[in-house]
Design a protein around this ligand. Sequence first.
Ligand code: AMP
Length: 239
Amino acid sequence: MRLILLGPPGCGKGTQSQRLTEKYGIVQLSTGDMLRAAVKAGTPVGLEARDIMARGELVPDDMVVSIVAERIEQPDAKNGFILDGFPRTVPQAQALGRMLEQKGVKLDAAIELKVDEGILHQRIAKRVADMKARGETLRPDDNPETLEKRVHAYRVQTAPLVSYYKEHGLLRTVDGMAPIPEVSAAIDRFLTLEPEACRPAGRVPDARAAQRQDGQGKAAAKPAARARRKAINKGRGRG
Ligand code: AMP
């Protein structure tokens, strides 16, 4: 399974990614974590990224694209991955598309966690308070001023990816304001439904069209519909 999680800082991407890694046995690839590791290690990438990150701006596309290209080649990513914080611009999404095409694999979904911007400030404030209480080192960009810039960067540079993935029939939008277990259940419902069920109306996937043409459409659709009902009931706690 190959997934993207989309959403502004503080929307819960990290929390949901971690849960998905356990549930589906895939790795979480967070470009923010990779860049923070590079900064800590003082690599050339880290030295270039450090001030940009501290200002709450995005690092250059080519830098982050090459990091991801290298990372998805690692053996632990063969089984699938969840990209957390990448892509963040349309050129990054296009580069990812090319990378996956070269590997002969496809994205399963781009999951958008939709949240009210007002709540992000409260969430980050809570994250900072929790980290302080645990005696952990704070992220230099987890402060109100930089957060404002990060949210702005999301709105201007990353939000266009919602339309981009909608166009590609891959967007699944989840209410990120709901309690964490409900957000998780909503994501699971999308992932257990057959992908065709989530596509925008009016788009007939090729495989289904082909089945209909050779007369197998109805017979083939029945087990899929049963699986879909089962998944929905399971999500409602009935299965
Ligand atoms: P995050 O942990 O995802 O919030 O990322 C922290 C910071 O790392 C961001 O504010 C950016 O400066 C940088 N960063 C992470 N991922 C990307 C990306 N895909 N493109 C550009 N900059 C990124």
